[in-house]
Design a protein around this ligand. Structure first.
Ligand SMILES: [Zn+2]
Length: 506
């Protein structure tokens, strides 16, 4: 019986953060293997603690059962997922590469592997970590071995990655809520490929476009027609999967850009035609740039004036310059400082990362007075510590975040985390006794997912920009190989696409 292994190596990287990602960061979040992983990915398991019951690997296992119907075996290797952050250290990058190859070789005869990846990982010593991982698999397992990869739609595609992969599928929702479905659909293609039922043929395009599509949210007007069009293409049984990629802005690839990728069943010309048309559609939405983000002062005015909304719920303020969900450390204090100075009378919940303060205060009794400086310890060139005085509220050890404490600073309730301050769900505050319903404003460090998790109580969303590693203009620090929109005016996407795909015009 054919056997397909499955594994995950996933992290969304931020090239502008100096904070290195290590194996411990994966271990704190999601690092499981063998039987443990298999149980997590079964119908009754919880694949990712405190986050997703079913994600890509559960979807893949489900596809083996439903599409393979007893004709294929799924072989668990390992799953490693870390909260977004700075580049993997060389040791961390090589650790997972070597682990993947070693486990593939030790697993007995295999016909393929399903890999759940993000696609915008950053690592020291590699200009495309996912390509290097896939290449290591190809080297170890040979040219006939089938490789299927599921990706985030913020992945960065390069030719040397695309060329090594047999089938590929990306999320089709933003905020992302189709992890398991993506795993299932990509698994479906991989299972049928291994069984010889289909012969995948692929095509792709890479656009000199780094930012466009408005908010890029899938159900809002700018992007909705594109998603609908993609779905319509897949009504043709020859079209197996249509993916688009919206570029992760904090990737420093000199070839950064939106991309289109198509898998067809033994029809390369059709794949080319669909990829080409999708690329044209993506190019057309480039003029819709993201909305203006207010600064911290303007944010406070907006929160204060939202009286009725605060009464019937809360205002969610995304700390847009320090988004942990986009790889920032979460220790930027600019917004916190403004809220402390200007937010009197507004009950505000604010997160900050500071492992030293947590070590100092963890476990202290409620009501004990505290006087500490928080933030600015991991990236002092960008972030400054500020002094806060108040009393202890609570301490708790939590998956992914590490040890956390809550401090009462009068109108501000400050949650200090040991690991990345991933304030994305109401439970981030609730677990420490802070009910978001009761707050006037709740600060989050997530770009899109918080909009789903806070939907019940969020009456107004504000993206506040101060200064940090997740600002949209960090792209100005990148030395691109070609002119890219919107940094430059670009008349035609095709010459850059052809160059990036290695098709040099005669
Ligand atoms: Zn994403």
């Amino acid at each position: 019986m054919p056997r397909i292994a499955y594994a995950r190596i996933a992290q969304e990287g931020n090239a502008f953060s100096p904070v290195r990602t290590e194996v411990e960061d994966f271990a704190r979040c999601h690092l499981h293997e063998g039987r443990d992983l298999h149980e997590r990915c079964s119908a009754k398991g919880q694949e990712v603690d405190d986050w997703l019951k079913n994600a890509e690997l559960s979807g893949f296992v489900d596809s083996v059962q439903k599409v393979g119907r007893g004709r294929v075996e799924a072989v668990p290797l390992f799953g490693a997922w870390a909260i977004p952050g700075g580049p993997l250290s060389v040791a961390c990058f090589e650790h997972f590469r070597d682990k993947l190859v070693a486990m593939l070789k030790a697993a007995g005869p295999l016909d393929g592997v399903f890999l759940s990846m993000h696609g915008a990982m950053i690592a020291d010593g590699s200009d495309d970590p996912e390509a290097d991982y896939v290449h290591a698999v190809r080297e170890a397992m040979g040219p006939d071995f089938k490789i299927g990869v599921s990706l985030d739609l913020h992945a960065q595609l390069h030719g040397r990655f695309v060329d090594e992969v047999d089938v590929m599928g990306a999320y089709r929702t933003n905020p992302h809520r189709d992890h398991a479905k993506t795993g299932f659909r990509t698994g479906d293609m991989l299972v049928r490929t291994v069984l010889g039922e289909i012969k995948p043929t692929t095509a792709w395009r890479s656009l000199p476009l780094v930012c466009g599509g408005g908010t890029t949210i899938d159900f809002l007007p700018t992007m909705r027609p594109v998603y609908r069009w993609m779905k319509r293409q897949e009504k043709n049984p020859k079209v197996l999967y249509v993916s688009m990629f919206n570029a992760h802005l904090w990737n420093d690839s000199p070839d950064l850009g939106w991309a289109a990728h198509v898998v067809t069943d033994n029809d390369p010309a059709l794949a080319e035609a669909v990829a080409d048309e999708l690329a044209e559609m993506l190019w057309e939405v480039r003029h819709k740039q993201p909305p203006h983000f207010p600064d911290a002062d303007e944010t406070m005015r907006l929160v204060r004036s939202a009286r009725l909304r605060r009464k019937v719920g809360t205002v969610c303020v995304c700390d847009a310059s320090d988004i942990v969900g986009c790889g920032a450390a979460g220790e930027n204090t600019r917004l916190l400082k403004t809220i402390l100075e200007q937010g009197q009378g507004l009950k505000s919940y604010v997160p900050v990362r500071d492992h030293e303060v947590v070590s100092q205060l963890f476990g202290k009794s409620k009501g004990e007075s505290v006087d500490v400086t928080v933030g600015g310890k991991l990236h002092p060139a960008m972030n400054s510590p500020i002094r806060v005085r108040g009393t202890m509220l609570a301490s708790q050890e939590r998956s992914g975040l590490g040890r956390t404490i809550a401090l009462d600073l009068d109108h501000v309730k400050l949650v200090v985390t040991e690991g990345p301050a991933m304030a994305m769900k109401p439970d981030f505050y609730r677990d420490l006794g802070l009910e978001p319903w009761r707050a006037d404003m709740v600060v989050v460090k997530s770009m899109f997912p918080f909009r789903l998790y806070f939907a019940g109580m969020n009456r107004k969303t504000i993206y506040a920009r101060t200064k940090g590693v997740t600002d949209f203009d960090t792209m100005n620090q990148v030395d691109f190989n070609d002119p890219v929109f919107p940094k430059n005016q670009v008349a035609d996407w095709r010459p850059t696409d052809r160059k990036r795909r290695g098709l040099l015009d005669a």
